[in-house]
Design a protein around this ligand. Sequence first.
Ligand code: FES
Length: 694
Amino acid sequence: MDDHRIKQHPILSTDKIQEYIKFTFNGDPLKARKGEMISSALFANNIHIFGKHKKDNSPQGMFCANGQCAQCLVIADGVPVKSCITQVQEGMDVRSLNGLPSLLEDDEHVKYGKKIPIIKIPVLIIGAGPTGMSAAIDLGKMGIKCIICDDKQVLGGKLSLQTHNFFGSIRDCFAGSRGMDIGDKLAQEIEIQKEIEVWPNSPVVGVFSDGKIGIIKDGRYVLCKPERLLIATGAREKTLAFPGCDLPGIYGAGAFQTLVNRDLIKPTDRLFIVGGGNVGLIAAYHALQAGIDVIGIVEALPQVGGYKVHLDKIKRLGIPVYTSHTVLRAEGKDHLEKVIIAEINDKFQPIEGTEAEFKADTLLIAVGLTPVDEITKQAEKYNIKTYAAGDADIIAEASAAMISGRIAARRILIDMGFKVEIPPEWEDLLNILRSKPGPVKGLFPIPKGLDVYPVIRCAQEIPCNPCTEVCVLQSIKIKEPTMMGRPKFDGKCLGCARCVSICPGLAITLVDKGYDKTKKTARVVIPWEMPKGTIKTGDKVITTGMEGEVIGKGKVISMKKSKWQNRRTLVSVEVPFNEADLVAGIQIKKPREKKTISNLQKIDNDDIIICRCERVTKKEIKDYIRKTGTRDVNAIKAALRVGMGPCGGKTCTELIMRIFKEMGIDTKKVKPPTDRPFTQEVPLRSFLEEEEDN
Ligand code: FES
């Protein structure tokens, strides 16, 4: 079988993939990397269909890669497990789960009834991402004992998937550093704090009216009784329902980043993305870094919601972005084979005759995030002193999450009676970092009379200023009082290229018009993070402007690792004098053309899977609402089993609410499903007595 692993990457080290173990899938011998999840090992072996659904035999694969959806169930050594959160072991016998699993033979011999430990603690922090870690560090420094628990094995949360540079300011939130490096930095700080107890691999599964929190700590059920509870659970991805949306090969952008950036798997050859927010745009960039062909991105709105610098960056690399478009449907026999998109009108209705078809084996859903707030709601209901921060409170960039965590820590300290305050500048900073991108205002004119100078292509107000912080001569400034303004170069330039190296949006080039005055050529220094070999010194390249438009031709004269930015390369390109100010990038492929198709066969648009666990369609849900007039999701749940599968309604509840809305029903009058513990499956063995207890 093919080994679909990333062999080289411009940012990530591929050296760590060293120790391999053997396992079997349906009897076939395969190799896995030691410590990797079963799903990743299967993807590395080009296996994307893990089993068949019990209800209709439909192919099942991976969807969330985060233990939330249960689409990835397999039988490992006789036990049904979620393959995305179960490590493959030497000699493991992995089999497809086709239908329902059978009961284990020895299930009558076990003992249960062990006294459940109750752990008292001043502060319990749920979630070890940027928010939880930042809060824990500040609490630990004040001598407050806290437990920080997370369902993952390593600290960092989504930071560990973020190979790109952060926006914001260097001083306040490590702007210009990569998310994964920030995660490591915070984790190291946690390690040296004596007051912080870290519980990895410990999902929270319930909040109870007596103020206790149920946690599966390393496979054992424990109860924690905190005086204060900080919820830093982050966000989960929203999804979209369209015909074919349940095919293997269609999954969330977070799942993709897990496969590519955490596990160094190349899960696809031809990728399509729906959603032009920062998550979708960054996923496209990450795909290119992994050597994956990105066919295009669709965005329903007339403009993308992500930062313009992210958009420009991927357009320069040849990825077409179709705004005012939607995915009409996905097609394939057992796996995604093609995506059909169409233009939409201002009422978001597809315009007939604009349909276009693209061959793709993977479609990423990147249509936004929603706070993971079910624990917050329950804890507040039971009057537990609860604080929500980061994405669990308000969705924003991870830089905002760190500040939000620090503010939450201060709130806790104040409530505990400590004489501390929340600096007003922190609140201001949080508001700025949470700001949506502002209007696109254009570029400042390039100064005249200099031979060497930066060209800054930051045309939109976004919360970011590292270029102003690194300029040795302080020639780059933001006029506005906050970092939301656009940076302007005005003054002298040393030609050090620190601004080119640090800009998280890769939006700055350095022009040196003194390069060769006789030939009338200039040198343009371009920030570069594509795989080795994509271009090399001596290559003749096609140069592109800010938004990917072709400018002309250039020659690569050098490629050097930046002194100022870990793992970024500075590419010097010789270009004609008159093109130097315009050149912003290098084309690595031509954008694919969209060809409209005629006579698209019509299909029933309500025949869409809404509840993935129980395979319930939109049509069934609509028919039930029409027939009964219900406004209660619990009633639909009882009648059709929606939300009763292993995911507990985490994916479908929002889609059901959208169905009510589509039917013209005021969703404020719709009763949401009742959340009850446990919020995820808890293996019965978590309650069993351990051998040594006997
Ligand atoms: S893909 Fe494993 S639980 Fe969702």
